[in-house]
Design a protein around this ligand. Structure first.
Ligand SMILES: [Zn+2]
Length: 646
């Protein structure tokens, strides 16, 4: 999901600039026993999740294939559908019941999510719209027979008449349902009015099986807004019946283009698949002239298929301008980048560049991290600020320039986290938003020779915000964070942590090897925070308990200081101190009277049993200046004591 908390970060900087004063010589608050406690993990590796961070030899996860046939009634804003789910229980446990997620129930008046939304300044819920929200379940059947079920808030429990066998037992569940689409649905789904018709951005739109895993069993945390989704993988077939003047885009392969596109559109569609330059498939002029479509029918049915995916989303509108281009992936593979946007979004460095952004973003992520797995990638202009789904994203229709690049790159970065690496977003949002924000940073530096790159941030200033004592720890669940802190804790702080590992603590070579190992090992699986920490430590060969503990598990602060410089027979003894609870390596520039500056790096191990460290600098000259963290890469919130001058 999009980060929209930049304003609050600026506000924090302003507030904190006033509250931090020069410390001078301060007593250290550092406790090295706690920082370097060797017992970081609360449980050992096992046959399901190995100590090295890899999935263990008996790792399992359940699977769900869906076939969904849905009709969009645009006049009533209603979706009516039948979903057939083929579910396989690969767990070692027999199951007596299933849990499904009914996310649309968040828009019922009496929903738990509705009850906890603050009166103002929340992006969740339906922004006060009064409508008949939530799923209307018509029937729930197994093998053609009605089964009993219970609905509690956004969850549905289905009681199985026959126990579902362990290690491969299968069942097929069929649900008939309908719901009214919210105009504004927690900034993830909605309806936008435009000159040439409404844009329906459709997501969280079918009952989905909850994940049953070896960590918690059934993951039944309700959908209340902040926590996103945790879903099983499988193949999904979708048939969408929509008014014939609509164009339906879905994150998946279009199986019947000749039935739903005009012959001209089909020709351009096929041309786009071979073109590095953006090809307009349905132009603004054509939309204005009445949304061209194969004539003679009131409705058209669009058939789509997506393999090995954890979700599916789509959009439908008479207003869509459509363009596309080929994406050149790794191993000679290609895929189709598409954009769907209204006339209002076309022109002046806005959505007419969307396909260029989609292509650049995905090609680079494929090259750097893991090959893009889907046949298409669709960017849809909607009244959703920015939200990701497999092979399709919704971005704000007013975005242009740097903001359209930023949101497009961010939402497609989510293909890697959490669409490929399927972590539990509802509990551990930092594992998708934070990791994604980290890869976005590299992507923006790259794009079009840095067209939208604003340069390096000053880590000392960032630290004021990222380690503000009022923050919760990163490893809190997003539901247990003040909403205004989510932008910092879920996006920026974990991204900063990975960048620090990449740039300084491990260096790019060791970091990239370990991070790619994590992506490869956990692609299409369900890693936990421990699996990530263990993989990084194993693949990089470094104990990082102190770092995970300080940056992710707690909200520790860093304040290094140079407190004295004394001459001795060897040169100079430089006294440095660790004043707060976060340890870090120390990088210093030492300048002598002759004007020569030497850079020294001291490993974090000096802080394993010391609060103060005397560093022997060998020189024949007098030392006149010492500067800790000269490049401002460490999150030292109090840089005032980082400099000593004679
Ligand atoms: Zn996001």
């Amino acid at each position: 999901m999009k980060r929209n908390h930049i304003i609050s970060i600026k506000a924090f900087i302003v507030l904190l600039c006033f509250s931090v004063t020069a410390f001078g010589q301060t007593k250290s608050n550092y406790d090295y026993v706690t920082a370097f406690d060797p017992m970081f993990y609360q449980k050992n590796g096992n046959e399901f999740r190995s100590a090295s961070g890899k999935p263990g030899p008996k790792y399992w996860q359940n699977a769900a294939n869906y076939h969904i046939a849905a009709t969009l009634n645009d006049k009533d804003r209603e979706i009516t559908a039948t979903v057939k789910m083929d579910y396989t229980n690969n767990s070692p446990d027999q199951l007596d019941y299933l849990w499904l997620q009914l996310d649309q129930n968040m828009f019922k008046d009496d929903a738990r999510g509705n009850a906890i939304i603050p009166i103002t300044n929340s992006r969740y819920g339906a922004k006060g719209e009064k409508f008949d929200g939530g799923y209307k379940i018509k029937s729930v059947k197994i093998g053609g027979k009605d089964v009993e079920y219970l609905i509690n808030d956004t969850r549905m429990q289905v009681y199985l008449t026959e126990v579902l066998k362990a290690e491969g037992g299968k069942t097929q569940l069929t649900i008939e349902y309908s719901y009214i689409v919210p105009k504004y649905g927690s900034d993830r789904t909605g309806i936008l009015d435009t000159k040439y018709g409404e844009i329906f951005a459709i997501a969280q739109w079918y009952p989905r099986i909850a994940v049953y895993d070896d960590v918690l069993g059934w993951n039944t945390n309700p959908y209340t807004g902040p926590g996103e989704f945790y879903l099983e993988y499988g193949d999904i077939d979708v048939e969408i019946t929509s008014p014939s003047n609509h164009f339906v885009v879905l994150g998946g392969e279009l199986l019947n283009p000749e039935e739903v596109l005009t012959s001209t559109q089909l020709e351009r569609w096929n041309e786009a698949k071979k073109s590095d330059k953006t090809v307009v498939i349905r132009s603004e002029k054509e939309v204005a002239q009445g949304s061209p479509h194969p004539s003679g029918k009131k409705n058209l049915t669009w058939k789509y298929h997506l393999k090995n995916t954890r979700d599916v989303a789509w959009a439908s509108s008479s207003a869509f301008i459509i363009d596309g281009a080929r994406m050149n992936l790794q191993d000679g593979k290609t895929a189709l980048a598409l954009s769907a946007y209204p006339q209002e979004s076309n022109g002046n460095n806005a959505w007419e560049r969307s396909t260029e952004y989609v292509k650049a973003s995905i090609e680079k992520y494929s090259e750097r991290w893991f090959n893009y797995p889907y046949p298409v990638a669709v960017n849809v202009a909607a009244n959703v600020g920015g939200m990701e789904y497999p092979a399709i994203v919704f971005c704000g229709y007013k975005a242009k320039g740097a903001s359209l690049w930023g949101v497009t790159d961010h939402e497609f970065g989510h293909i890697w986290f959490p669409m490929i690496v399927g972590s539990n977003e509802r509990l551990h949002a930092w594992m998708d938003e934070g990791f994604n924000t980290f890869i976005n940073g590299i992507s923006t530096e790259d794009f079009n020779n840095g067209e939208y790159y604003k340069g390096k941030a000053d880590a000392n200033k960032s630290a004021l915000v990222l380690t503000n004592p009022l923050l919760e720890p990163v490893m809190s669940s997003p539901s247990a964070m003040n909403e205004r802190n989510i932008g910092i804790l879920v996006y920026y702080k974990p991204a900063f942590g990975l960048k620090l590992l990449h740039d300084v603590i491990l260096g790019p070579e060791r970091f990239n090897y370990a991070f790619k190992t994590y992506i490869n090992d956990w692609a299409y699986k369900h890693p936990t925070p421990d699996d990530f920490f263990r993989t990084m430590e194993n693949a990089a060969g470094e104990s990082l308990a102190w770092f995970w503990r300080g940056w992710f598990q707690n909200n520790w602060r860093l304040d290094q200081a140079v407190t004295a410089v004394h001459k001795n027979s060897e040169g100079a003894v430089i006294t440095i101190e660790n004043l707060e609870q976060m340890p870090m390596p120390v990088v210093m520039d030492i300048t002598t009277k002759g004007g020569e500056t030497s850079r020294v790096t001291i490993p974090v191990e000096i802080w394993e049993r010391n609060k103060t460290w005397d560093y022997q600098f060998h020189t024949n000259e007098e030392v006149v200046k010492v500067q800790i963290d000269p490049d401002k890469v460490f999150p030292d919130f109090n840089p005032g004591n980082n400099r000593w001058t004679k």
